[in-house]
Design a protein. Structure first.
Length: 563
RNA sequence: UGGGGUGUAGUCAAGCGGUAAGACAUGGCACUUUGACUGCCACAUUCGGCGGUUCGAUUCCGUCCACCCCAGCCA
C-alpha cells in the first residue's frame, strides 16, 4: 500500500519534457513512437553539462520504450576530429548509456545538398557574393530591420550555376555563401536570410575527406537530420529556443508527410566555481593551466572519472537538479554531497597520514608488531576486514596534537587520552621540540587493557585518531584538489579574464604515508581515508610510487569550531 | 524603442484555483572506536512588484520590474 502511494507520487513528479512526451503519447502522435538523439559536435570532450543532456535524451527514450541514437553533428570540419568521436562514445558508455545507432550529420551531406538545390530551384535560396562583414552589417540589429542583399534576386539559373561552382571547389573560401531567401525584416534575427551553405576547402572533413567543398550550417542540417532519422523529440538547451521557428520552417519546406520532429528546450547546467564552455576549457588545456582534458579539476566526464566520481553519482546528481527552463547555477556542494553519499556506502576505509608527525608510545615494547583488525566499511559488513600493523612508533596527523589546546579539543594534548583507531587508548605525556620551538615528536603511553575488542576497551574517550605504523608506512603522493576557480561564477566576471580567477590552490601535492594494505589498490579504485576524505588511485600510480587523488574531503565540523 | 524565454528560501526544485513537498547549504541537539555516517529539531505567514477576477490566487487576467538568449560563413 505504502509502496503504491510512493509509486503514484513518483509518477506525478514529471519534469516538463516528460509531461510533453506523455501528452504526445496520449494524443497518439507518431503512432506512439518515441525517438530522441544525442547530437554532440566532435570538437571537444564531453563535460558534465553534456551528461545532463545525455541523461535527458537517453532517459526519455528508455522511460517511454523508445530509442535514442547518437548523432555526431559534424558539419564544420574546421573544428572537428576523430579523436573526439572516440572519446565521446567512451564517455557516454561509461556513464551507463547505450545508443541504438550511431549516425553522422555527414551521412546526409548528399541529401542536404540535393535539398539546397531544390531550394534554389524553388526560388527559396540564393548565392550571395558579399563579404562576411557586409552580410553582418546589412543584417540589421535586433531593433532595426536588415536590408536586402544586392544579389538577392538573381535568376534561378545563375544561382544554380554559382552553387555548382562553389560545390566544385572553383570558388575560394569566404567568397560566396548560399542563403535562404526569407525575410530581412523579421524580428527573429535567424529569419533574416540565414546562411545555408559555406565554402570550406582548406580543412578536410574527418570522415568525408576532400569530397565536399561546401558544408551546411547547423540550421540547415539539424532539423533535416532529425527528420531523416525519424526523431520525434529533438531535445536541446535553451539557447536554441530562438532557432526553433527556423527549424520548423526548413522542415516544412520539404516534408512529404504530416510527421514532424518537435524541438523542445531545457536549461543547461551551470555549476559554481567552474566553467562549462568548451572554448574556455580548451583555453585552460592549451595554456597549460590544467594538466589536460582529464585533469581531475576539470568538469569534463574524463576529468570527473579520474577525480573519483562514479557514473551513478553523476546520474544521481543530474537527477536531483532536475530539468526546467530556469537558467540557474547549481551549487557545487550538491555535486560533492552526491559523491560523498555514494562513496560512504561503497568505499573501503583505509588509513593515511598526510601531514605526519611521529608519535612514540614510550611504554610499548621496541621491536614488537601487532596486526590489528580493521573493518573495511562500517556501513556494509559484507565488505570484510583487513589487517593493519601496529608498533611503538606511529605517524599521526600533526593537527592531532596541540601543546596548548582549547577546551573543545578532543585529540592529543598533554594529559589527555584518545583512542587510536582499531588499537589502544593512549595518554599524551608530552612532546619534543626543535630549537625553533617546533614540535618534532609526540609522546604517549598506551593502556594494554584497552585494545579494540577487549573488555577494557569499553572506556569512553572523547577522541579517536588514525595512524600509520612508521616501519610499515608506505610513502604515497596525494593530490589534493580544491575548486578550480576562486569565484562562484568565473564566466560572469566582466572586468577580468576568467583565467585570472583561477584558484591558485586548486591543486596541492603532498607526500603522505599510507598503510601497507593500500599497495594492492587498483587504478581508479575508491577509498575513504578515514577522517580525511575520499580518495582514488590515479592512473599515474605505480607499485613503486602510489598516487592518490582526493575526490572530495569529508565534512569537518571541527574545522568550523576551530575557526 | 524588436523578438524569444524565465522569475517560489542561500542554491536547485515540487506545486497545475482550496491555504507553500523534497534535496543541498546553514544553525542546534543526540549518537559515534571516523568531530564522518546516522537520527532529531530549526530554517518562505508567502511565491519578482502593483492592481484585478474569485468565497478563496503561487496557480487565471492586466500592468510594471529584473535577469537570460538572438546581430558567426560556430554548434
Amino acid at each position: 500500500m505504502a509502496e503504491n502511494i510512493q509509486e503514484n507520487e513518483e509518477k506525478k513528479n514529471l519534469n516538463f519534457i516528460e509531461e510533453i512526451v506523455e501528452e504526445d503519447l496520449k494524443e497518439g502522435r507518431n503512432g506512439g513512437r518515441i525517438q530522441t538523439r544525442f547530437p554532440p559536435e566532435p570538437n571537444g570532450y564531453l563535460h558534465i553539462g553534456h551528461a545532463k543532456a545525455i541523461c535527458m535524451d537517453f532517459g526519455i527514450a528508455k522511460k517511454y520504450n523508445g530509442i535514442c541514437n547518437l548523432r555526431f553533428d559534424d558539419t564544420n570540419p574546421v573544428k572537428e576530429d576523430v579523436e573526439y568521436v572516440d572519446s565521446i562514445q567512451e564517455d557516454i558508455q561509461w556513464l551507463g548509456f547505450q545508443w541504438a545507432n550511431v549516425y553522422y550529420a555527414s551521412d546526409y551531406f548528399q541529401q542536404l545538398w540535393d535539398l539546397a538545390v531544390r531550394f534554389i530551384k524553388e526560388g527559396k535560396a540564393y548565392v550571395d557574393e558579399q563579404t562576411a562583414e557586409e552580410i553582418a552589417k546589412q543584417k540589421g540589429t535586433p531593433t532595426t530591420p536588415g536590408t536586402e542583399s544586392p544579389f538577392r534576386n538573381r535568376s534561378v539559373e545563375e544561382n544554380l550555376r554559382l552553387f555548382m561552382e562553389m560545390s566544385e571547389g572553383k570558388i575560394e573560401d569566404g567568397k560566396m555563401v548560399l542563403r535562404a531567401k526569407i525575410d530581412m525584416a523579421n524580428p527573429n534575427m535567424h529569419f533574416r536570410d540565414p546562411i545555408m551553405y559555406r565554402i570550406i576547402t582548406t580543412h578536410p572533413h574527418h570522415r568525408t575527406g576532400n569530397k565536399w567543398k561546401v558544408y551546411p550550417m547547423y540550421d540547415f542540417a539539424h532539423g533535416q537530420s532529425d527528420y531523416f532519422e525519424g526523431v520525434t523529440h529533438s531535445l536541446c538547451t535553451l539557447e536554441f529556443e530562438v532557432h526553433r521557428p527556423l527549424y520548423d520552417y526548413f522542415i516544412d519546406q520539404f516534408a512529404d508527410s504530416d510527421y514532424r520532429p518537435k524541438q523542445r528546450e531545457f536549461n543547461r547546467l551551470n555549476i559554481t566555481y567552474t566553467v562549462m564552455s568548451k572554448r574556455k576549457m580548451l583555453q585552460l588545456v592549451q595554456d597549460g593551466l590544467v594538466r589536460g582534458w582529464d585533469d581531475p579539476r576539470m568538469p569534463t566526464i574524463c576529468g570527473l572519472r579520474r577525480r573519483g566520481y562514479t557514473p551513478s553519482s553523476i546520474r544521481n546528481f543530474i537527477n536531483r537538479i532536475g530539468y526546467t527552463k530556469y537558467d540557474g547555477v547549481i551549487d557545487v556542494s550538491l555535486l560533492e554531497a552526491t559523491i560523498r553519499e555514494e562513496l560512504n556506502t561503497t568505499a573501503m576505509r583505509a588509513s593515511a597520514v598526510i601531514n605526519p608527525i611521529k608519535l612514540v608510545l614510550t611504554n610499548y615494547p621496541e621491536g614488537k608488531v601487532e596486526m590489528l583488525e580493521a573493518i573495511n566499511n562500517p556501513e556494509d559488513e559484507s565488505m570484510g576486514k583487513h589487517e593493519v600493523p601496529f608498533s611503538r612508533e606511529l605517524y599521526i596527523e600533526s593537527d592531532d596534537f596541540m601543546e596548548d589546546a582549547p577546551k573543545k579539543y578532543f585529540r592529543l594534548t598533554p594529559g589527555n587520552e584518545v583512542r587510536l583507531k582499531n588499537a589502544y587508548i593512549v595518554k599524551c605525556t608530552g612532546c619534543k621540540k626543535d630549537e625553533n620551538g617546533k614540535v618534532v615528536e609526540v609522546y604517549a603511553e598506551y593502556d594494554p587493557e584497552t585494545k579494540s575488542g577487549m573488555p577494557g576497551s569499553d572506556r569512553k574517550v572523547k577522541g579517536t585518531i588514525h595512524f600509520v605504523s612508521v616501519q610499515h608506512a608506505v610513502p604515497a603522493e596525494v593530490r589534493l584538489y580544491d575548486r578550480l576557480f576562486s569565484v562562484e561564477n568565473p564566466g560572469d566576471e566582466k572586468e577580468k579574464d576568467f583565467r585570472e580567477l583561477l584558484n591558485p590552490n586548486s591543486l596541492v601535492i603532498a607526500n603522505a604515508f599510507v598503510e601497507p594494505w593500500l599497495k594492492n589498490a587498483k587504478t581508479l579504485q575508491n577509498f575513504q581515508f578515514q577522517r580525511i576524505g575520499y580518495f582514488n588511485v590515479d592512473p599515474d600510480s605505480t607499485p613503486d610510487k602510489l598516487v592518490f587523488n582526493r575526490t572530495v574531503a569529508l565534512k569537518d565540523s571541527w574545522a568550523k569550531i576551530a575557526k
